[in-house]
Design a protein around this ligand. Sequence first.
Ligand SMILES: [Zn+2]
Length: 112
Amino acid sequence: MAVARWRKKFLTEVTEKLVQLGLKSCPVCNSDTLGAKSWPVMAEIGGLHSAKDMQSDEEQNVLFLVGVECSSCGHLMLFNSERFRTGDEGTLVKGLTHEEEAEAEERGLWDD
Ligand SMILES: [Zn+2]
């Protein structure tokens, strides 16, 4: 699987939503230096899978989590990206630089 990171637009939406929901400061140290990570955290669910299972659909049993980290104490909060997804809109960018992503966005190459 190619290296992937969140679409900038998606990450902005997620952080806005979390602030709306009341996440304004770190629950551990109370600092407001929270930042969403660009890279998805992948968690395997439902136990161990054989290599054969994984080949049929590599994303089948994997949750993609958005990590929000406090830069003061390092507390890392994970949120299920599926809760923030609207429709089939793509949330991950694979193999593009930030510049290429911005260009694709401008040219309307995304589905939405
Ligand atoms: Zn903290």
